[in-house]
Design a protein around this ligand. Sequence first.
Ligand SMILES: [Zn+2]
Length: 411
Amino acid sequence: MKDTDLYSRILGLSDPWFVADVELDTAGGRVDVHVDHVAGVRWRCPTCGRELACRDHAEPRVWRHLDTCQFKTFLHARIPRVECPEHGVLQVRVPWAEAKGRFTLLMERLIIDVLRECATVSGTCRLMRISWDEAWNVMDRAVRRGQTRKKTTAARYLGIDEKAFRKGHDYMTVVCDLLGGTVEFVAQDRKTESLEDYYRQFTAQQLERIRAVAMDMWEPYFKATIKHVPDAAHKIVHDRFHIMQHVGQAVDKVRRQEHRELLRQEDERLKGTKYIWLYREENLPDKHRPTLEALKATNLKVAKAWAMKESLAGLWNYLSVGWAKRFMKRWLTWVRKSDLPPMRKVGEMLSRHLDNILTFCRHRITNGAAEGLNSKIMAIKRRACGYRNREHFKTAIYFFCGGLDLYPRQA
Ligand SMILES: [Zn+2]
């Protein structure tokens, strides 16, 4: 078999395309495959499909293909142009690459696979012997391709959360499909507008589909959802993990204040106990149990705050809104009457948002369902040194967590 026939088969070329010439550069470690077409064939307008004669050719182009036995392999061709009476002068589609792609379809698919498997851009560059910009370009194109193919439908159960791109500032809003386990939308900042941009892409009818939305007690998200989602007042569920986190922070504040007071009397009882108070009791490692039991028996403020936190965890077992409400009234009174300002403060916050905390009884959703996604996003962030800016971070989230159909397809 001639090398030109061999490459025609390898590339899967069919009439009118054929391999005209193959050059092997052993010293340079590369193979250059020149592809040509038979003369006199008619081509289709890429827009309407009308058959037309070849008008002329575009500038010669090069595509990187899968390596041949570790030799970098390049495909060269001149793409015919047609003049459609309706759509003007256009390049025809070629079977081995997408319009504007720098790689053949097979190479682009492999790069996508390697990116997904090795999860870093730099690793992919090394393995595939491509540049950072080339890898980035494939990723970016893959996401845009996937987003174009994705149907515009709102997820039934949404989880909305903020992510800090850099520690402590520079936030992003992430909208998850809690059932599908995918990231649906990423927006700059954590303002009302950030989330509104998500809702705005849907029709009123599509928004109707949304059954419940889990979120922290964060006013901008609440406002955006109330504004766009029909009957949102009954659909917003303040996320239990966030709530327990706020209460945990209040317990910690009580501990810090009390620890400071005790130290003044040279009492070091609370030293090194931070996490003992933050664990849920059932999750407390056995080695800490004796310490907790001993401290609980004393008349410490933090022990009281801890008891409030542990008691609140009982809320999530209620199935009836009425009983849950009665439970919360009692809990809030207990907290309000306490001499623990941080607990009183968190109690006020829960009291203000009570209606949308109780919606949990009906919808039973939490952002915790998106926990797998969260750790994925955190992992992407840890590798963020490879992502030069926020736009890149965003694209990477969509690439790895968007559940998108990323692969290029033959025209
Ligand atoms: Zn046309």
